[in-house]
Design a protein. Structure first.
Ligand SMILES: [Zn+2]
Length: 451
């Protein structure tokens, strides 16, 4: 592989270099941008200007000096006084409001200028150009109607790439989504794991003609090994992961053809990995919490923003030729988990992998009630009869779950559900009982994705 399929040439242009950067040039760019961002934030943002824990000398001589500055947290995005934004509200091309379960209770407000939106469209265009060719039909399995939403920006990026974007009817049923795929026969698709999982399994079990899709971009949530396999087996997909959240301007890090980590959007984001408990930086290769500093967001600079997501950094050059650093071992923060009396825990990854290993399951919703014993309710949407006993058997086949069932620490309630009222686009999540909606209150610290 060569550098042709990478974002490096684009990154070089965005860094005003005119050529694909060397690693040293990326480091210089980052240090320059960080110093500029810090100076601008202190001058223009009331929140940063009034922080008492800010060091008197905030000039960075090295990237490591950034660790002297205090963290910013999701709650800080909800503050009205002092506000974190550095430009007047009239300069916002889009404001995204995301409910949080943080201590302030105020929703996060995320501010995008026209330039931020333009940067994301450009990133989507260049990123998709490493995965699909002009002229290809690319199905977009995100809501696309809201201007400035992730689906809208992806559609606009694909249009600039001269691809043919196809907005799937994700506000309807999964059958409508599958029908749209059969009608348009796209060669690529982008969406969340829940959406793509339901579509691939439905299309394989409804008796209709098989679909062939070469490329799947999976975003906004981590994908389970069983779904990755299903996309490869049933549609013939090469699966590419993307990580991002509203706070990153949607685009954050993208896999390449080497499938050995996700290259960080280092033109616009500085990523640190810290120990989630101590807040101290960890060594490259060690998993910890992703902490972000935005490098180009004038309206709402985020400095050392704690995302709650986990990953490790691989700084080595990639086989694809890119010098952009990579994120590995990504894990979302908000999915929730059950802690059993034995001390073992069950999270949505484990449950998801077990449930989908049962033939015929298209979608499910998991709700946990604290114990002991913990009650785990699974509502299963199935395209084949007798899925419930298969799911029960699949769960009981996992050593941890079998032990918890035998010890009386866990009770499973499994039922078939129609599922029609569930949003097709949602994150995988272990819900608490009484959650008003499948995307309702987050069980742990918030940092919402793609609202
Ligand atoms: Zn690569």
């Amino acid at each position: 592989m060569t550098g042709a399929g990478t974002l490096d040439a684009w990154a070089g242009r965005r860094m005003a270099l005119g050529h694909a950067p060397s690693r040293a040039e990326v480091e210089t760019y980052r240090l320059d941008r960080l110093n500029a961002v810090i100076a601008e934030a202190r001058a223009r943002s009331p929140f940063y200007r009034s922080r008492r824990d800010w060091p008197a000398d905030d000039r960075l001589a090295t990237l490591a000096d950034l660790g002297r500055l205090p963290f910013t947290c999701p709650d800080d995005l909800g503050r009205a006084d002092p506000t974190l934004t550095a430009l007047p509200l009239r300069d916002a091309a889009r404001l995204v409001t995301i409910p949080t379960s943080g201590t302030s209770g105020a929703p996060k407000r995320i501010f995008f200028t026209e330039a931020d939106i333009e940067a994301t469209i450009d990133y989507f265009r260049r990123g998709m150009a490493t995965l699909v060719r002009p002229g290809e039909t690319v199905a977009v399995a995100f809501p696309t109607r809201t201007p400035g939403s992730v689906g809208d920006l992806l559609m606009r990026g694909l249009t600039r790439l001269d691809a043919e974007p196809l907005a799937l009817p994700v506000d309807g049923t999964i059958d409508a989504v599958v029908a749209a795929l059969r009608a348009a026969r796209p060669t690529a698709i982008a969406g969340m794991p829940v959406t793509l999982g339901a579509a691939v399994r439905r299309s394989a079990s409804d008796g209709g003609s098989p679909l062939r899709i070469e490329t799947a971009l999976v975003s906004a949530d981590t994908i389970s090994p069983s779904l990755r396999l299903a996309l490869a087996d049933l549609w013939g997909c090469e699966v590419f992961d993307h990580w991002g959240m509203t706070e990153t301007g949607y685009g954050g890090a993208l896999a390449c053809h080497a499938h050995d980590g996700l290259h960080i959007r280092e033109t616009d984001l500085h990523v640190e990995i810290v120990d989630p408990l101590t807040g101290r930086p960890v060594l490259d290769g060690t998993t910890g919490e992703i902490v972000l500093t935005t490098l180009t967001r004038a309206g709402q600079p985020l400095i050392r923003y704690r995302t709650g997501d986990l990953a490790a950094i691989d700084p080595r050059p990639c086989r694809c030729g890119s010098v952009l650093r990579r994120l590995k071992n990504l894990k979302g923060h908000a999915a929730g988990k059950i802690v059993l009396r034995s001390g073992h825990s069950l999270d949505i990854d484990i449950i998801d992998d077990a449930v989908f290993s049962a033939a015929g399951v298209i979608d499910f919703m998991a709700t946990a009630t604290a114990g002991p014993p913990v009650r785990l309710r699974l509502d299963i949407v199935a395209g084949a009869p007798s899925a419930v006993p298969k799911v029960r058997a699949a769960l009981a086949g996992r050593t941890d779950i079998a032990a918890a069932l035998a010890a009386g620490d866990l009770v499973l309630d499994i039922a078939e559900a129609a599922g029609a009222a569930w949003p097709i686009c949602r994150k995988r999540r272990l819900r608490a009982p009484g959650s008003p909606s499948p995307d309702g209150p987050e069980p742990t610290r918030p940092a919402a994705l793609y609202s």
